[in-house]
Design a protein around this ligand. Sequence first.
Ligand SMILES: [Zn+2]
Ligand SMILES: [Zn+2]
Length: 101
Amino acid sequence: MTYRDNPEIEKKYKSKRWKKLRKQKILLNPLCERCYKKGIIEAAYFVHHKEWINNENYKDDNVFFNIDNTESLCKTCHNKEHFSSKEEYYFDENGDLIKNE
Ligand SMILES: [Zn+2]
Ligand SMILES: [Zn+2]
């Protein structure tokens, strides 16, 4: 599932509401939640949507702006999550375009 062709989703990631939620989440979980479970201390870099955002569910604020649907992840864990799919590009949770290398 990709949303690189949907500027509406990018807009949501650039919204103040998302930025605020992102900050809240990082304050709540400053460490990567997956590494932490394995006993590794790694700073969180991404706030990931557990239910991936796609061209349908992005409109639902209960999905997009739901802190319970977010997970603090380090770059490595976030890449593992997303790049197990075949998409070469996607927007990360900072609204930046990421290339699968
Ligand atoms: Zn991690
Ligand atoms: Zn993600």
